[in-house]
Design a protein around this ligand. Structure first.
Ligand code: ATP
Ligand code: MG
Length: 330
């Protein structure tokens, strides 16, 4: 039985940089969070805020030029940030699997779907191709692909975009992982299939304690499915906490702006949608202060001179905003 009270993954103070024209640029700064078994953790934030780099750094699948500068990623008593590549390969796919943001580029066009789906089972479970096939067929059925037996002999180009995305999800689930990190996994799927896949993941969460780290721009899915939310801004986790708190009483002004930009039933038809004014800061300029200060409707002097640390706002809750500093008076 999985102990659901001990964290499955603990990311501590993770910083990552990418070399651009030879100069390292800090992309992630001091990212910390925990994921517990059976939990759905949603990772939200604007495009370019570091969600994908944050996910890839967990299993060290960073793009060329990117590297972990400091911090640790604890999983089953091991620090994945420091684990030899050889050992890490045993974790990827088997313990922690990924559904990548671009399913089209993640499948090999010259191999059959069957071979690609069987690969993790052959590598991690020691099965032969013919032994793995029945499991592959079941996996395809589980993600809602009909005629699964015949489909296994086909190639990625025979599948639609949404079907390829489902194959990626099936591959991620193949070895019964503890944690699936899914980067925008349902964007190419229609809402019915999307719900079916998320239901499947929910069932696995209950059954086996599977945990899901879900990167998404869809706050509707977050509201329905997430237990816990991380809000990324400019490579930092500016707010973290249980999903119900994030929606009912967000602590960080950026979280409030994000939620305010959602269309509401009560909005007047024809009125423009609310947007967050301004642009996120460039990673190249190292400005003092809070990275959200230039766009923040609640900014005050201190925000421009010193970057706020995380202030605890409750059980497993925190916000990097000076307004949360103990003793703060508006
Ligand atoms: N392969 C790469 N090489 C260099 N820089 C990169 C690379 N991938 C991402 N970056 C940079 O890292 C920063 C964070 O990017 P990341 O892809 O993590 O954002 P994201 O939050 O996932 O955005 P989106 O919502 O658009 O997927 C961006 O400034 C981006 O330009
Ligand atoms: Mg991304």
């Amino acid at each position: 039985m999985t102990d659901r009270t001990a964290p499955l993954l603990e990311v501590r103070d993770l910083s990552v940089s990418v070399a651009r024209d030879g100069t390292p640029t800090r992309i992630l700064r001091g990212v910390s969070y925990r994921i517990y078994p059976g939990e759905t953790l949603a990772i939200v934030g604007e495009s370019g805020s570091g969600k994908t780099i944050g996910a890839l750094s967990v299993v060290r699948l960073l793009p060329p030029g990117a590297k972990i500068d400091s911090g640790s990623v604890l999983y089953k008593g091991k620090d994945l940030a420091a684990l030899p590549e050889e050992e890490l390969r045993g974790v990827r796919g088997a313990g922690i699997s990924m559904v990548f943001q671009e399913p089209m580029t993640s499948l090999n066009p010259v191999l059959t779907i069957g071979l690609q789906l069987a690969e993790p089972l052959m590598e991690h479970k020691g099965l032969s191709y013919s032994e793995a096939l029945p499991a592959c067929e079941k996996l395809l059925e589980k993600v809602g692909i009909t005629d699964a037996g015949n489909r296994l002999a086909q190639y990625p180009h025979n599948f639609s975009g949404g079907m390829r995305q489902r194959v990626m999800i099936a591959m991620a689930l193949a070895c019964g992982p503890d944690l699936v990190i899914a980067d925008e996994p349902t964007t190419a799927l229609d809402v019915t299939v999307q719900a079916q896949i998320l239901d499947l993941v929910d069932a696995l969460k209950k059954e086996s304690g599977l945990a899901l780290a879900l990167i998404t721009h869809n706050l509707g899915i977050v509201a329905q499915r997430a237990d816990y939310v991380l809000v990324f801004y400019a490579g930092r986790v500016v707010e973290r906490g249980p999903a119900e708190h994030f929606f009912k009483s967000p602590s960080h002004p950026y979280s409030r702006a994000l939620l305010n930009s959602l269309p509401k039933m009560s909005d007047n038809p024809g009125e423009p949608l609310k947007t967050i004014e301004g642009l996120p800061p460039s990673f190249d300029e190292d400005l003092p202060g809070c990275p959200f200060a230039p766009r923040c409707p609640e900014v005050f002097d201190k925000c421009r001179s010193a970057e706020p640390p995380e202030f605890r706002t409750g059980e497993r809750r925190g916000s990097k905003c000076w307004r949360g500093e103990p003793g703060f008076k508006p």
